[in-house]
Ligand binder design. Structure first.
Ligand code: TYD
Length: 134
């Protein structure tokens, strides 16, 4: 499995006249068992969210509405930038990536996650994160 951050493009089922359905399905286009789904909304566009990394958590993140800018960085300092601007584009975020997100005012972020919520899986200190450098 590709353990670098990458875009997953979901099939769009439908037509411009009827609208579309896209489907996330474990073992088809989601590379882990989904244990949790959460969504964030009403984030003002001057606010930067994220500023943490995860130890074990894998995520696929979608912008179901609006535009979300993602900046990911690994402990070795490699950075990856993504713009989620279509509801059929998902971002696979592997463990070990510091993330910063900015949102258009109408953006709704949907996250499918491989583990239940556990604050012990978070690294919230950037210095502690960079100390993981290989
Ligand atoms: P956090 O993951 O830090 O959000 P973001 O990266 O979008 O800024 O979570 C924000 C708060 O929500 C934090 O207090 C933990 C809580 N939270 C839960 O209780 N359960 C969850 O599944 C998530 C994702 C967050």
């Amino acid at each position: 499995m590709n353990q670098e951050p990458h875009i997953i493009t979901f099939k769009e089922i439908g037509t411009p006249n009827l609208g579309y359905i896209s489907v996330a399905e474990v073992a088809d286009n989601i590379p882990f068992d989904i244990k949790r789904v959460y969504w964030t909304y009403f984030t003002p566009n001057h606010v930067e969210r994220g500023n943490h990394a995860h130890i074990d958590l894998q995520q696929v993140i979608l912008s179901v509405a609006g535009i979300i800018h993602f900046e990911l960085e690994n402990a070795n300092g490699e950075t990856f930038n993504f713009v989620l601007d279509q509801p059929n584009k998902g971002l696979f975020v592997p463990p070990g990536y510091w993330r910063k997100m900015r949102f258009s005012h109408n953006a709704v972020l949907l996250c499918m996650a491989s583990l239940p919520y556990d604050e012990k899986d978070y690294i919230r200190s950037y210095e502690a994160f960079k100390a993981l450098k290989k």
